[in-house]
Design a protein around this ligand. Structure first.
Ligand code: JB3
Length: 213
């Protein structure tokens, strides 16, 4: 079994570990986190070092890595850690929980996580390093940009488009054909019935862009 190194050892990491172990897809050799967390164990896997150790693990022949640090709105650290490992030659697989229902007719890119009970239907495109979290539904023909996080229970009806680094809050519903820009945060429980621009915060039912932030 191929070895994999995880980067970021918090709650999101525990979810990803569970999905990898249950599908026996990789041999997880350890987690990299901050110095004060070295020696702790997450989901049965030890935190073995810090980001500066990436080169050493690569030199030891570890080829795969996964960013297990999550994001709620700000994806900069995920992007930075991804680029650092990528530059060292690490390969980023897709991790899909065995309970997710995912069409074979989708296009999905490196480093993306699909969590428990998520549903992804035909002709969907998902960029790199996205998080399609537990129970999210992505309907036919939708496009999800790089680094997006669809939080648990988010529902995207058909042909929805989400720009890169955008966060769709827990249990948000987006009707068919809506376009949401990049680096935008949609608050939990929103009902999105019109397009929302880039670099916005928006929330509510119907979802509206915040004007005073
Ligand atoms: O919404 C859901 C279901 N999950 C959220 C997930 C997607 O994002 C979750 O609720 C969290 O809000 C967030 O999860 P995450 O990133 O696991 O958060 P937290 O539990 O706070 O863990 C972050 C971990 O990253 C901690 O162990 C930090 O020490 C570690 N960390 C911080 N900076 C770092 C760095 N690790 C590395 N390797 N490098 C860093 O620079």
């Amino acid at each position: 079994m191929e070895k994999i190194l995880l980067i970021g050892g918090g709650g999101h990491c525990e979810s990803v570990i569970d999905s990898i172990l249950e599908s026996s897809s990789f041999d997880i050799i350890g987690i990299l986190d901050t110095p004060e967390k070295v020696g702790e164990t997450i989901g049965g896997i030890p935190i073995v070092g810090v980001d500066e150790d990436l080169q050493g693990w690569r030199d030891k022949g570890v080829q795969n890595a996964f960013i297990t640090l999550g994001s709620i709105g700000n994806t900069q650290l995920r992007q930075k850690l991804f680029q650092k490992a990528k530059d060292l030659g690490f390969f980023f697989p897709v991790v899909k929980d065995k309970t997710a229902i995912v069409s074979n007719k989708i296009n999905i890119n490196e480093g993306t996580f699909i969590g428990k009970g998520a549903i992804v239907n035909a002709s969907v495109k998902i960029g790199k390093l996205a998080i399609i979290n537990s129970g999210a539904i992505v309907e036919h023909g939708s496009t999800i940009g790089d680094y997006c996080h669809l939080a648990p229970g988010a529902t995207l009806s058909g042909n929805v488009s989400i720009g890169k680094s955008t966060h769709i809050g827990t249990n948000t519903t987006i009707i068919q054909g809506v376009k949401i820009g990049e680096d935008t945060i949609i608050g939990a429980g929103s009902v999105v019935i019109r397009n929302i621009g880039s670099f916005k915060k928006a929330y509510g039912n119907p979802c509206k862009e915040a004007t005073n932030e």
